[in-house]
Design a protein around this ligand. Structure first.
Ligand code: SAM
Length: 351
């Protein structure tokens, strides 16, 4: 196993069978991976943690992902969309709290067409020129992505969900394909965004083999960001009876990804905080360097319910910010006020 860790560190990747072996490793090896990942994160980012203010601006969605609580078919979901003014006041509040990256995330809501989206991007970038803007709006055409980029968006998060086409087909209706997801990610990269892919750990039908495909895909795409968190069931989806992903496997994969891509922006996600009271802290200690607290208005938070029992839906933004700061300080880390761009390395520069 030491050999595999050494190879991963020096080359940034492994063969599929080697990844499968590493994914199935024992606790001792997992701890070695964690320590290696920690050392790399410290070398690249020290103990500074980047914060992103997440604005969940719409839970309308035209897609029907089988795992997701805001899927089109969930008739129990009470739908909302924020107005431009509400979005802007989330940013204002976030700016005052030290956020210099805003993440606009939502379901694939046709109301927010290219004109409306571009106007919102322009409004935010004009008001906050020193901030980075990340979009997470799902699958769009090359031209739409280009318009948003030209309007000023800097980053785009689009989890690939699984890089195994057969597995992808079990998580989505036939109209959604891995091929399209992958094309979207390459389009985003080509346009010049800082790109984030990622997947749920422990999603239904996931195996060590599909996870190895995910890692191979990541090593091929070389994204600047990777978002991973445990799958958590939602009671109004077809996957209501599937078990949730585990803390241990999520931490292991965070460490592997940090070793593969030393400069990657890697969040300790809300889903991780949902399955364990110290999930965020443990994520940081496994190699993550980003947290994404919620800036959405309190009144709508409970409705952006991707999975059951999501944490942090009842706290004011200021409270969330303070709570995170304390949690980070308790483990010897501190929150950084700044855009939090990735460090440039030969692996993550634009190709
Ligand atoms: N519509 C955009 C998209 O498709 O990228 C952004 C919103 S989507 C809800 C954000 C992410 O939530 C998905 O990429 C998925 O990985 C995650 N997610 C959805 N349902 C989940 C669940 N039940 N457990 C954990 N994560 C989930």
């Amino acid at each position: 196993m030491n050999k595999l860790i050494g190879k991963l560190k020096s080359t940034g990747t492994l063969s599929k069978s080697e990844f499968i072996e590493l994914i199935g490793c024992d606790k001792k090896t997992a701890e070695k991976l964690r320590k290696t990942a920690e050392a790399i994160r410290d070398e690249y980012y020290g103990h500074g943690i980047f914060i992103r203010g997440l604005i969940e601006f719409s839970n309308y969605c035209r897609q029907d992902c089988l795992y997701c609580g805001i899927r089109r078919s969930n008739k129990d979901c009470s739908r909302y969309r924020l107005t431009e003014d509400e979005i802007l006041s989330c940013c204002k509040e976030g700016y005052a709290l030290g956020f210099r990256t805003f993440v606009l995330q939502g379901g694939e809501d046709p109301y927010f067409n290219d004109d409306r989206m571009s106007a919102i991007i322009d409004m935010i970038k004009s008001e906050f020129p020193d901030c980075a803007l990340t979009l997470s709006l799902g699958e769009k055409s090359y031209d739409s992505y280009k318009r948003f980029f030209d309007a000023g968006a800097d980053r785009y998060l689009l989890r690939h969900e699984t890089a195994n086409a057969a597995h992808y087909a079990r998580l989505h209706p036939a109209s959604q394909t891995f091929e399209n997801r992958k094309n979207c990610l390459y389009d985003l990269k080509k346009i010049g965004y800082q790109v984030g892919c990622g997947f749920m750990v422990g999603s239904p039908y996931q195996t060590a083999e599909t996870l190895a495909d995910d890692l191979l895909f990541i090593s091929e795409l070389k994204p600047q960001m990777v978002g991973i968190g445990p799958f958590i069931h939602h009671s109004e989806t077809p996957f209501r009876d599937f078990p949730d992903g585990t803390l241990e496997q999520t931490l292991l994969l965070l460490s592997i990804i940090r070793i593969m891509l030393p400069a990657v922006l890697l969040p300790a996600t809300t889903a991780l905080a949902t399955i364990h009271p110290k999930g965020r802290e443990l994520g940081i200690l496994a190699g993550a360097n980003v947290v994404m607290p919620n800036l959405s208005p309190l009144g709508v938070r409970k409705n952006y319910q991707l999975y059951d029992n999501k944490v942090c839906t009842g706290d004011e933004s200021a409270q969330c910010r303070l709570c995170l700061e304390k949690r980070m300080e308790a483990i010897g880390f501190h929150i950084v006020t700044g855009r939090g761009d990735p460090r440039q390395t030969p692996n993550n520069t634009k190709e």
